[in-house]
Design a protein around this ligand. Structure first.
Ligand SMILES: *[C@@H]1O[C@H](CO)[C@@H](O)[C@H](O)[C@H]1NC(C)=O
Length: 399
């Protein structure tokens, strides 16, 4: 308890019990540490304990994990533990981040952790910078939703990753089915990238210029852009982005870059070709959508990241989550902890891996249905995976 709280209590100040979903503890917390009837104060992380429904503690698959750590932190001043960001920055990374959407900003209970800059100091908009959101009709641009996320991110000094300028999904039908010839699609592409990148110029650290342009074997994905323009559509997109926002980092982003496979080889070759043609590319983003028990080994992940780095770019882990087949068992939760730990340590082992972003944080809200892929359970309590991340950021291997 800090001095301020002590004085208030000594003066007979009466706190009200905290409401359901309210904060009831954590470093720097000076309010009440009790919850209203029907709710219990549950440790979530060092900065945050939360009033959760009392009954919920017995019905969740990962509830066993909550017994492995203390359930309350009220003597914050004696705590020595730190959060994802503090540990990542101490280890030389730029950030630890979260993929987030506008709807998340409207959920106060979600934002307590998502908005804590000791836990997440970087954000990647999940949907609102994609083509269908920013240019739903030809040359009709719409930025208000993305702007709200930018405002929120800036309010906390969070680094932002733009996501994404060119992708074959969430692409409006007017582009996919427009029947454009080569020259027209080139101008549609240039117009889109230029307008979107100009709008956010100066506000983003990095853009995912392209997303998922290769197949698993390293051949080109047959998107409307590739089929109509050919591989130079990538040059066109990167050049337009660089011209519109000269200081932003420019990335190619993809999944399945976790082993030295054909797709990684395609990115290595692409980076070299782009650089040889004078096209700016600064990073390859590895989404790292992984599966419990099938996560590649530490050495495989490090080798894949290092081969990308050797082509002359930074790397980042951009959308990390590790799904499992439900029901969750304690064995699967322990394996998920090890797998998170492996992925985190891989980035830690590569100096040019600039940071890690996870695709949400609580199993309550994930793009993966029924896969319990994230480090906090549906009741915002840390799962074993949370501690796998903490250990990984400290360089400790969970074996
Ligand atoms: C599209 O046009 C460019 C020249 O503007 C050319 O280099 C490219 O090969 C063409 N793509 C296809 C698929 O014909």
């Amino acid at each position: 308890m800090n001095l301020y709280a002590s004085i208030l209590l000594a003066a007979g100040h009466a706190y009200a019990a905290q409401p359901l979903w309210g904060q009831c503890g954590g470093i720097g917390w000076t309010g009440d540490t009790t919850c209203v009837s029907g709710a219990a104060c549950v440790f979530s992380n060092d900065w945050y304990s939360q009033c959760l429904p009392s009954s919920s503690t017995t019905i969740r698959p990962s509830s066993s994990s909550s017994t492995t750590r203390p359930v309350s932190t009220t003597s914050a001043s004696t705590s020595t533990a730190t959060g994802f960001v503090d540990l990542a920055v101490a280890a030389g990374k730029q950030y630890f981040g979260i993929m987030i959407d506008n709807s998340d900003l409207e959920k106060p209970e979600y934002m307590v952790i998502a908005g804590n800059t000791h836990i997440f100091n970087q954000a990647t908009p999940g949907n609102r910078m994609k083509w269908d959101a920013t240019e739903p009709s030809r040359n009709q641009f719409s930025f208000s939703a993305a702007d709200a996320l930018v405002t929120w991110a800036q309010s906390g000094g969070r680094q932002l990753r733009g996501h994404t300028l060119v992708w074959h999904n969430q692409l409006p039908a007017w582009v996919t089915n427009g029947g454009f010839n080569n020259a027209t699609l080139v101008s549609v592409l240039q117009n889109h990238v230029t307008n979107v990148a100009k709008h956010f110029a100066g506000k983003l650290k990095t853009w995912d210029v392209t997303n998922e342009i290769f197949n698993e074997d390293g051949t080109w994905r047959q998107s409307v852009f590739y089929k109509t323009i050919g591989e130079y559509y990538v040059d066109i997109a990167f050049r337009a982005a660089a011209a519109a926002d000269p200081n932003v980092g420019l990335a190619a982003n993809d999944y399945n870059l976790d082993t030295t496979n054909g797709k990684v080889a395609a990115y290595v070759a692409l980076v070299k070709r782009l650089k040889a043609r004078g096209v700016k590319i600064t990073q390859v983003g590895s989404q790292a959508h992984l599966t419990v028990g099938q996560t590649p080994s530490f050495n495989s992940m490090v080798s894949a990241l290092n081969s990308l780095v050797a082509a002359g770019v930074d790397v980042a882990i951009t959308e990390l989550d590790i799904r499992m087949q439900l029901p969750a068992t304690s064995a699967k939760l322990e394996q998920q902890k090890k797998d998170y730990n492996t992925a985190i340590r891989a980035c830690m082992a590569v100096p040019r891996c600039v940071g890690i972003t996870i695709a949400g944080y609580t199993d309550k809200y994930s793009w993966i249905q029924n896969g319990a892929p994230l480090p906090y359970d549906e009741n915002y309590r840390p799962k074993p995976a949370y501690y796998g991340i903490i250990d990984g950021l400290k360089g400790i291997a969970d074996t």
